[in-house]
Design a binder for this molecule. Structure first.
Ligand SMILES: [Ca+2]
Ligand SMILES: [Ca+2]
Length: 262
């Protein structure tokens, strides 16, 4: 029996030394998460902590707005590969499991919109000292950003609302920083043709946006123009709005075509 065990041990030791076994253990990264899963996890979190409630809890050493935002981020993206809870500093420079994407120091609507032009659902917006505040980005539109946060008005209330890019104009703090979980794979985002407002569903609201764009009452971003051109003839006309409305009313099937977000 010993004679059989020894060669077996030798094989196992060789495998270990030559890195065949450790390969699964060394350099492990947290599971990559795409925007579709982020959206689902965020909805799950919003159901647990719905807008309007007061949150007076604590999350691994953080409370108020930051504790709430950290709790949401760790719920969506999980802990880091080494098992640490995701964390960031108020100035956005000292982070765990988070990447700083950029900052602005002058809070004009233009500067904030520029900072947010590549922001996606699940990113974090962080104000620096002395009036620090943490927020979760839930979507960026042409005229503002959807925010999910807690204690925005020193009342511990959870809020989900659209705020204009200029609403922080004149804010007395050092900078506003955009951060993203380091296991976020934003490139896996795809939109369905016809989903003009990119909320994951095709409804009459998408048809309305396409019709407004056709009548030049609405200026759509490049990706939304692509999504609004339902018949893919390169122009946005009322016929596109009609096609989208038919899909919304289930008279036509949902298009299979997916448009990459980035
Ligand atoms: Ca939609
Ligand atoms: Ca068209």
């Amino acid at each position: 029996m010993r004679l059989i065990r020894r060669p077996l041990c030798a094989v196992l030791i060789s495998l270990f030394l030559f890195g065949i076994f450790p390969a699964a253990r060394v350099g492990v990264t947290a599971k990559a998460i795409g925007p579709v899963e982020v959206r689902e996890k965020l909805e799950e979190f919003k159901a647990l902590y719905p807008p309007g409630i007061r949150w007076e809890g604590e999350f691994h050493g953080s409370n108020q707005c930051k504790g709430f935002a950290r709790m949401a981020v760790n719920h969506i993206f999980g802990q880091t590969a080494s098992g640490a809870y995701r964390q960031w500093s108020y100035n956005g420079m000292n982070n765990t499991g988070m990447t700083r994407l950029g900052s602005v120091t002058v809070f004009s609507a233009e500067n904030v919109q520029k900072l947010l032009q590549n922001a996606v659902i699940g990113d974090v917006l962080q104000f620096d000292e002395p009036r620090k505040h943490s927020m979760i980005v839930c979507g960026v539109e042409d005229d503002g950003v959807w925010i999910f946060d807690c204690n925005a008005n020193y009342d511990l209330l959870v809020r989900y609302e659209k705020r204009s890019f200029g609403c922080w104009y004149g804010k007395n703090c050092a900078r506003l920083t955009l951060l993203r979980a380091d296991n976020y794979d934003v490139r896996s985002e795809y939109y369905t043709l016809g989903d003009v407002n990119t909320d994951g569903r095709i409804t009459s609201e998408d048809a309305r946006l396409a019709l407004r764009a056709a009548a030049r009452l609405e200026t759509l971003s490049a990706i939304r123009r692509t999504l609004a051109d339902a018949n893919e003839d390169g122009k946005i006309r009322s016929s596109d709005a009609r096609a989208i409305l038919r899909i919304a009313a289930k008279l036509d099937p949902t298009p299979e075509k997916k448009i990459p977000a980035a």
